[in-house]
Design a protein around this ligand. Sequence first.
Ligand code: ADP
Ligand code: MG
Length: 623
Amino acid sequence: MTTWHIIWDRHKGLIVTIFSLGFIIMAWYSGKYGRSELEVPFYLLAYAIGGYQKAWEGLQTLIKEKDLDVDLLMVVAAIGAASIGFWRDGAILILIFSLSGALEGYTLERTNGEIKSIMKLRPEEAIVLQGNVEKRVRVEELNQGDFLLVRPGERIAADGIVREGYSSVNQASITGESIPVDKSTGDEVFAGTMNGQGALVIEMTKPAEATLLAKIIHLVQEAQSERPPSQLFMERFEGIYAKIVIIGAILIAVLSPFVLGWSWDETIYKAMIFLVVASPCALVSSIMPAVLSGISNGARKGILFKGGAYLEAIGNVSVVAFDKTGTLTEGIPRITRIIPYGNYTENEVLSIAASLETWSEHPIAKAIIREAKEKDLHLSSASKLEAVPGLGVQGIVEGQEYRIGKLDLVGGQKLPNEELKVVRKLERQGNTVIFVQGEKERIGVLAVQDTLRSQANESIKRLKKMGIKVVMLTGDSSSTAQIIGEEAGVDQVYSDLLPEHKVDIIKNLQKSGKVAMVGDGVNDAPALAAASVGIAMGAAGTDVALETANVVLMADDISKVSYAIALGRRTTKVVKQNVSFAIAVMFLLILSNFFGNINLPLGVIGHEGSTILVIMSGLRLLR
Ligand code: ADP
Ligand code: MG
């Protein structure tokens, strides 16, 4: 019973088509072998079975939304043909129409299937360790802080940190990168990724609904319901156009006998052909299959588009702006120098700095805290901590007020010559210099250095080769920014920017074309939102970045930016090809109907054939 249900559900279109074909053959057979009284009943069955579904849907649109569905036009054309005795032509119309509907269903299922497969990655159950007891529980019942045992070859059920064991994990489901990544104590693991040879004990750090995988699934679902502007236009156009076709058909039916001298039967027949070939089915199918294929192609490569609109938009981008810290650079800076002033020691400066950075999610803050922890320094509890975006942090540590960050934040006064020399030298070496300022005096400076991502250079070169201008935006000081910018090979560097200045630059760049902004969401979320296409780093990015961006790079792999643009360009090209092909075929068929001599079945084959061709052409983007 259930298997039949499944088969029926999945292949309904095809089964209906086959039955419809069967009745057409029987009708034809009866006519040929002298049982002509059975011909019409068999054709009626073929019509009813093959056309019932679409007719019903079309009627509902007509009644509920007071809108015309092109499918309904097909059914009307078939009935019209039958009314003048062309039963067979009408039946073939229904047959081909139903067949193409089934094929369409299969092809669209392919694009949806790619996306749905992501959702199947989340395991249903996990093994929780309670003391020495292993207990199998459903994923929904897991709690943050639970220790989970992940056996070799099992999918990881939650986002967490490895507490015991050693293994390599294939994270392709999340990052699109299929080379396994080594994981040992302290490393982060993600739900939906595949454990390799070793067993791992992980501590669950995020509730099930907040895992990276859950976010991806949410993004993907959002992407599917979001239609690009071209599709929205097409849908609005479809309703109006269908009415024009009907009026056209009526005009043909009323006027042709007088104007062109056709007989009434010929007129009705040609009007029905017109109804079929002028319907914009191919046009309507020109866009969504292509766009959905593009989206799932991206998803497989670790590029998540939040909607078809962004796939189209990214193909038209002429400038790519990269944020520096955490985007072009790895965002895991090392402390290279600590210079204490006055009576302070290195460790005192570091400890105060780390206390100030307790709550900051800036990569520099994390570096400072990490360094302090490695040196086992005591961190004082800080109060009134306040981030000053793009500049640093201020707050109170042990009763004293401090500021940490750029020179502008710590007073902005001119540096004494001695100090200036040291700072400039550090900057020339590619360091970012962080000042730590107390109530009365400066207590020291820290130099941090971040390495360029290994793919940065290659990626930027590829973008330039595609004719795209590449710029870097950063809140860092100009000398450090210049050095990193040169190393990365960008066309232009904008430095010393506060978050709102990044927005201004993006808006300025947009005057001459579409701009994509790539960032991690730390101090650049407003710029991500302002850009024509905001691209966020997936793993390194903040939640804000994931929310504001239009495209997410799961593996933080910036080389995917050029892939995404190329994919966008290809999609736009395929859509344009499809639309012009669909229009060309439509015109050709309309003209041959008037001036040539095509019959209804031929018109239907041309019409449905072009619809299937544009869908298949869209599917090319899966590759
Ligand atoms: P980017 O644009 O390169 O990502 P940001 O705008 O995040 O850089 O920060 C700009 C500059 O502000 C940093 O180079 C650093 O000097 C300073 N800064 C920002 N946040 C902090 C912080 N939490 N601690 C210390 N310095 C900071
Ligand atoms: Mg940043």
